[in-house]
Write a protein that binds this ligand. Sequence first.
Ligand SMILES: Nc1nc2c(ncn2[C@@H]2O[C@H](COP(=O)(O)OP(=O)(O)OP(=O)(O)O)[C@@H](O)[C@H]2O)c(=O)[nH]1
Ligand SMILES: [Zn+2]
Length: 161
Amino acid sequence: MLDTPARAARAFEEYFAGYEQDPIQILDRTFDETGSYEEMVILRGISFESHCEHHIAPIIGRAWVAYVPDGRVVGISKLARVVQVYAKRFQIQERMTSEIASAVQKALKPKGVGVILKANHHCMSSRGVQKIGSDMVTSCMLGCFRDNPISRQEFMAMVED
Ligand SMILES: Nc1nc2c(ncn2[C@@H]2O[C@H](COP(=O)(O)OP(=O)(O)OP(=O)(O)O)[C@@H](O)[C@H]2O)c(=O)[nH]1
Ligand SMILES: [Zn+2]
């Protein structure tokens, strides 16, 4: 175990690398050659690994990120990168959900943004109350996803269990 302190420090640098990255900058490059595409764009099932800020235990889950563009779209990998940046910080799931939605809203100024996260909290399974198999589901709906039930339903229908 002689090398463990240094190894653990390097691992923590990876776990929390998201503090060095700016989500708005990631979303900065947009494309307006959309061929007048106006419908919803959804990136489904983006896997993430985060750590809860209470126990520094893993939070393992998936994210669904949707937006309705208003004249411009972003490279689709950038949505996954934004999820990754916020995951690689100390988190609670509620804040991570709203941070992702706010970043997409701020950078793209779309007609609306929807974010759903489903995750297993290891602080609840490997310790403490020791409940395996329950996941936590959180959502943040902005713009038309908040105001228009049809947009919200269209998004929810794309989120498989
Ligand atoms: N709402 C929310 N709670 C979380 C999240 N991650 C961990 N927690 C909870 O944070 C709480 C911290 O509660 P404390 O009572 O201070 O800690 P604890 O004594 O270790 O609590 P137990 O986990 O119940 O043993 C626990 O209930 C965790 O389940 C999260 O992302 N969102
Ligand atoms: Zn925890």
